[in-house]
Design a binder for this molecule. Structure first.
Ligand code: PDD
Length: 313
């Protein structure tokens, strides 16, 4: 059964999962969430995602309703019963139902919701050709490090790229590269891999961390430091990364080719390293790489087609 979800202690079909309209997640977007890829029914970097969830909960001053072990146990039946080997877990915690008032309720009954979706990773044509992106001014708040459900700014920014027939909107703040509307961004300039460091202005991407580790293992020159708009616009390569997009080359920016307009050589190396890492760790086809001792971790999904993907605006 594919549409089983978890809501506040119960497993039930999606159509039967209901929340009160006064839930603060609905009224205020007062909640946080995670998206966790699952390869071969094994959650990828689950421990890292749960750590980030804790960071987000701390950031909105909401107690974590579960220990890491309890989260793992709660998620497992959904992953097991789903029709697909490769999945995306979506989990959300809100400050729960309460009479409408901006201030926190005295007694908080958090709403916990978890569902699994089919994981649709970049198809072969996207890996081969890359995607187009546009830039926009980052008009989000100053706590972009929190994975909050209040995503209105991200939604509006993402729609700009859909309207332009592009796969992502790359955000600039005060002349500096931040991230995508739903992804982290890397730039290659003169053989050096550059990416903005973690800060309150960007989400600490779990895939970003994997790519940084793989770049280090590959011995690529790497600098995690502020990246200017000029560096972005003159980049030899641009990559976007996320749990669902993995690592994807951006080959056009604001209508201009990036580098020679094709996915670059460092993208190809890192993409291959990412796929190999997934195979190693998740499918157990060989000894796991020493780079990631996770226990709860990742692999490749076949380039899935079918259905509209984020690369098809
Ligand atoms: N988004 N930055 C933003 C603003 C994001 O929304 C995401 C991911 C990332 C990449 O993070 P990670 O590598 O941990 O997926 C960066 C998810 C996939 C989403 O909201 O659907």
């Amino acid at each position: 059964m594919t549409d089983l979800v978890y809501l506040n202690g119960d497993y039930l079909p999606l159509a039967d999962a209901k929340i009160p309209v006064l839930d603060r997640g609905f009224i205020f977007g007062d909640g946080v969430y995670e998206v966790i890829p699952v390869y071969d029914r094994r959650p990828f970097r689950l421990a890292h995602h749960l750590e980030r969830l804790q960071h987000s909960l701390d950031g909105i001053r909401l107690a974590n309703p579960h220990t890491a072990e309890a989260w793992q146990a709660l998620i497992a039946p959904l992953v097991e019963q789903a029709d697909w080997e490769d999945q995306g877990i979506y989990l959300q915690v809100t400050r729960g139902p309460a009479p409408r008032d901006h201030a926190f309720p005295k007694e908080v009954r958090p709403t916990v919701f978890v569902m699994v979706m089919q994981l649709t990773t970049p198809p072969a044509a996207v890996v081969e050709n890359g995607v187009a992106a546009i830039t926009a001014i980052d008009n989000r708040w100053l706590r972009c490090d929190l994975k909050a459900t209040s995503l209105l700014a991200n939604v509006l920014l993402r729609q700009l790229s859909v309207d332009a027939g592009c796969a992502e909107t790359i955000l600039l703040r005060d002349g500096l590269l931040m991230e995508g509307s739903a992804s982290s961004i890397f730039v290659v300039k003169d053989g050096v891999v550059l990416a903005p460091p973690h800060s309150n202005l960007v989400l600490p991407g779990i895939t970003y961390d994997v790519v940084v580790e793989l770049a280090q293992l590959e011995g690529l020159p790497l600098a995690l430091r502020p990246v200017t708009e000029a560096e972005l616009r003159s980049a030899d390569e641009i990559w976007l990364t996320s749990s669902t997009k993995e690592i994807t080359a951006v080959t056009r920016l604001d209508g201009h080719p990036v580098g020679n307009g094709r996915p670059g050589p460092l993208f190809r190396r890192l993409h291959a390293a990412y796929q190999a890492y997934k195979h190693q760790v998740m499918r157990g086809r060989s000894t796991p790489s020493p780079l990631v001792g996770e226990g709860t971790t990742p692999s490749p999904s076949p380039a899935s087609g079918g259905g509209q993907g984020w690369w098809e605006p």
